[in-house]
Design a protein around this ligand. Structure first.
Ligand code: MN
Length: 424
């Protein structure tokens, strides 16, 4: 199942190779069709494949009796719970059925006429019911930049940072799918030259470029996930925008961490790319110094090479790319995060979401937030319409994209897009 090889798998659906959605990808999502029907889908090229319809056509015969049922559900949780063997068998079946080698013309004709829809003709919905949400803080470049700005330029990293993947429990209720707009939040902030807080709209609304993994297997209370087994508990990965109000955050976060500065809205891309599809893109993580405790010791390669970018599109304007980063920069990896999260016996559930923390690289163009890109507003970004941004303006749209590329094969994570609206 954990195959490192990367061979193109041509499909009778044209265009998959260049779209980021070849048969090597096969991400999962939930689509609403024009007819009003909702179903689990995958994507090949610009075609959305209705998995419920395929199950009804008996394309998945012999795989699992529950597939017809789970693919009619409004979220993927029940499908995810079927387990990695079913996911793998389904992937292989899809690659056979949609591969160029399929000689069953009749089957192809029926699929073409009843199970394929143009991506532009569907509305993508939230792919999972998020059961619990944790956000980590696992990029050493991001943690160092924030530490320099908010605390001490000389000792930016707190003493625990290199010893454990720092994280906090977030809020699941306000995680929404790409395409959902978010209103500028209000809250308490404290002006620099005053001892008393004021109430009003955030003036420092920011994005955080992150990736989030979805848990694919439950544990019981008291159980640990050993680091060597952690990947068996991960179904797949999504793009994640952890919107943040920096002025609210800097006033409220001591001593218990982020609260209202973060839970007014976070946005995920509609596609969950499976860990199996990502396996060929594993790379070594950065060296960890000092050496981590044994329960956090991961076997290399522990990271994944995912190229990431963030654009801002002003109202009626063009997209301006403001950040280019990579998931491989992460100091702490997914398996380390999960091993740490469960080492005290905390139980995890199918549908849990674990976000990476802002993904920043070393150079200034790779910083994953406006806070870092503009150094807390000191160096505003210039957009191509001549306007400047210290943070996000009303009516700005933030678009995140991610892709893996190797040996001529591209795996896309789709887009994670959200528009900032004026206060409600
Ligand atoms: Mn975050």
């Amino acid at each position: 199942m954990k195959d490192n090889s990367l061979k193109p798998i041509p499909s009778w659906i044209q265009g998959g190779e260049n779209s980021g959605f070849p048969l090597n990808n096969l991400p999962f999502g939930i689509a609403a069709f024009n007819s009003g029907l909702i179903a689990a889908v995958t994507r090949i090229g610009d075609q959305v494949v209705n998995l419920h319809k395929l199950a009804a056509l008996d394309v998945f015969s012999g795989l699992h009796a529950k597939l017809l049922h789970v693919f009619s559900q409004p979220v993927l949780n029940d499908f995810i719970e079927l387990g990695p063997q079913v996911h793998h068998d389904l992937r292989v079946r899809l690659q056979q059925v949609f591969g160029l080698d399929n000689t069953d013309k009749q089957q192809i004709d029926v699929i073409k006429s009843s199970a394929l829809t143009s991506f532009n003709a569907v509305r993508m919905l939230m792919p999972v019911k998020v059961t619990d949400y944790t956000d980590f803080y696992s990029s050493i470049e991001h943690a160092t930049n924030v530490g320099k700005m908010f605390r001490d330029p000389e000792n930016a990293l707190l003493p625990n940072w290199r010893h454990l993947p720092v994280g906090y429990h977030g809020r699941a209720s306000s995680i929404v799918v790409s395409g959902t707009s978010i209103h500028r939040p209000m809250g308490q902030t404290k002006p620099v030259n005053s001892d008393a807080p004021v109430f009003g709209l955030t003036k420092m609304l920011d994005f955080e470029l992150e990736m989030a993994f979805v848990v694919g297997k439950n544990t019981a209370l008291g159980e640990h996930v050993p680091i060597g087994k952690a990947r068996d508990y991960i179904f797949g990965l999504m793009l994640f925008n952890d919107l943040s109000a920096r002025d609210i955050q800097s006033w409220e976060y001591v001593p218990l961490g982020p609260f209202l500065a973060k839970n007014f809205g976070s946005v995920v891309a509609p596609w969950i790319v499976t860990l199996e599809a990502l396996y060929p893109f594993r790379v070594d993580g950065p060296a960890q110094e000092p050496e981590v405790l044994p329960y956090l010791k991961s076997v290399e390669p522990r990271n994944f090479d995912v190229q990431l970018e963030v654009s801002i599109r002003p109202e009626k304007g063009n997209e301006n790319i403001v950040c280019r980063s990579n998931y491989k920069y992460m100091y702490w990896s997914m398996d380390q995060q999960l091993a740490h999260h469960t080492i005290n016996g905390c139980n995890i559930t199918v549908g849990d979401l674990y976000a990476s923390g802002t993904i920043s690289g070393r150079d200034a163009g790779s910083y994953g937030s406006m806070l870092e890109l503009t150094w807390r507003g000191a160096n505003p970004l210039k957009l191509d319409d001549g306007s400047e941004r210290k943070f996000l303006n009303d009516n700005d749209t933030v678009i995140m994209r991610g892709r893996c590329q190797k040996d001529g094969i591209e795996i896309s994570f789709g887009e994670c897009e959200t528009k900032i609206l004026a206060a409600k």
